[in-house]
Design a binder for this molecule. Structure first.
Ligand SMILES: [Zn+2]
Length: 340
């Protein structure tokens, strides 16, 4: 992000947005909850949409977070290199390994993660790729580093995968673009350890802070993130970013109620205290998801996301709420900091 004279804080509720609901559609998360702090920001700030997913790219944090951090990818971003950075795994070797870095997920056939099979799948992937460095990451995630794309073994006959109608499979994430080091320690990202946000922040050169209790999952300690962000703001950090992964995770779990609960906790335990401190310090405060995630399908949504910017010099504009239906005809801007 470019240097700004006014200190600023950006809150990224991962996957919070959804498609605007029509009259016959079930309401979105933002339709259902009554977010006091977010609505107060909307009534006082500039409400519009931000284009977080460039045309032709898949919606996801590997795309949307770099855009929000100030770099727009032109092709698929490498999940493998983000994971390596998040986990502190070295991919540089003299023998050609590191030319191809791939995240590999262990999944049900319908795409749901299958973390219980990760240990056995790790053994199969390692055996099938003796020249690769294979790592086991959290949950259902593996990482393969080598001179070329890894060979994906079949997962037939694994204990715990006895239902022929539900065969386990491996999904290879394409290697691709790497977010460049455009940032420095004037940007601090508060996020869960080993998260996608942590990996992207490190690749781009920002500092990262991981409060105890920040998990990236539903139930994550949002208040701990707020305390960390407030301390950074009061210390004079020019740009503070707070990433909360739980709305996206709840949506991938196909759990609309859990997503609503996480959105309410972000409003009450994060946005409310940050708004007070931003008012005290004269900071800009932006709230902008990195993409949408539909809790009924579990899938990401590439539409421009509702966002609000509030603070010194920002004229009030747009609707009184970030509800997708109300924001649907608002202008689309390139960054959460654009004043338009
Ligand atoms: Zn997601």
């Amino acid at each position: 992000m470019p240097v700004s004279a006014t200190p600023r804080v950006l809150v990224i509720p991962d996957g919070l947005a959804e498609r605007p609901s029509g009259n016959d559609d079930p309401p979105t998360t933002l339709d259902v909850i009554r977010p006091l702090a977010l609505d107060a920001l909307a009534r006082r700030g500039a409400v519009r949409r931000v284009a977080v997913t460039p045309d032709g790219l898949h919606a996801g944090s590997e795309t949307g977070l770099p855009v929000l951090f100030g770099w727009t990818p032109t092709a698929t971003v490498s999940r493998g290199r983000i994971e390596a950075a998040a986990h502190g795994i070295d991919i540089e070797h003299d023998d050609g390994t590191g030319d191809a870095v791939h995240r590999v997920d262990v999944r049900h056939a319908d795409g749901r993660p299958w973390p219980e099979l990760a240990a056995a799948a790790f053994d199969r992937l390692t055996a099938a790729n003796p020249a690769h460095a294979v790592h086991r990451l959290a949950g259902h995630r593996l990482l393969a580093i080598g001179a070329r794309e890894p060979t994906l073994p079949l997962l037939d006959g694994l204990e715990g995968a006895d239902d022929p109608g539900d065969p386990p499979c491996l999904k290879l994430w394409a290697d691709g673009e790497v977010p460049p080091p455009l940032l420095d320690d004037r940007t601090v990202v508060v996020c869960a350890p080993r998260s996608t946000a942590a990996g992207i922040a490190r690749l781009m050169g920002a500092e990262t802070v991981h409060p105890t209790g920040a998990t990236g999952r539903p139930g994550t300690d949002v208040a701990a993130k707020a305390r960390a962000a407030v301390a950074l703001m009061r210390d004079g950090t020019p740009t503070v970013v707070v990433h909360v992964g739980s709305p996206d995770e709840a949506a991938h779990d196909h759990d609309p109620q859990a997503k609503q609960l996480e959105a309410q906790r972000i409003d009450r335990d994060l946005l409310a205290p940050l708004a007070g401190v931003a008012m005290d310090l004269g900071s800009l405060l932006a709230v902008c998801p990195d993409h949408g995630t539909d809790p009924r399908t579990g899938r990401h949504v590439a539409d421009p996301v509702p966002a609000v910017l509030w603070g010194p010099g920002v004229p009030r504009r747009g609707p009184d709420s970030l509800r997708e239906r109300l924001v649907a005809r608002e202008p689309v801007v390139a960054t959460p900091w654009t004043i338009a």
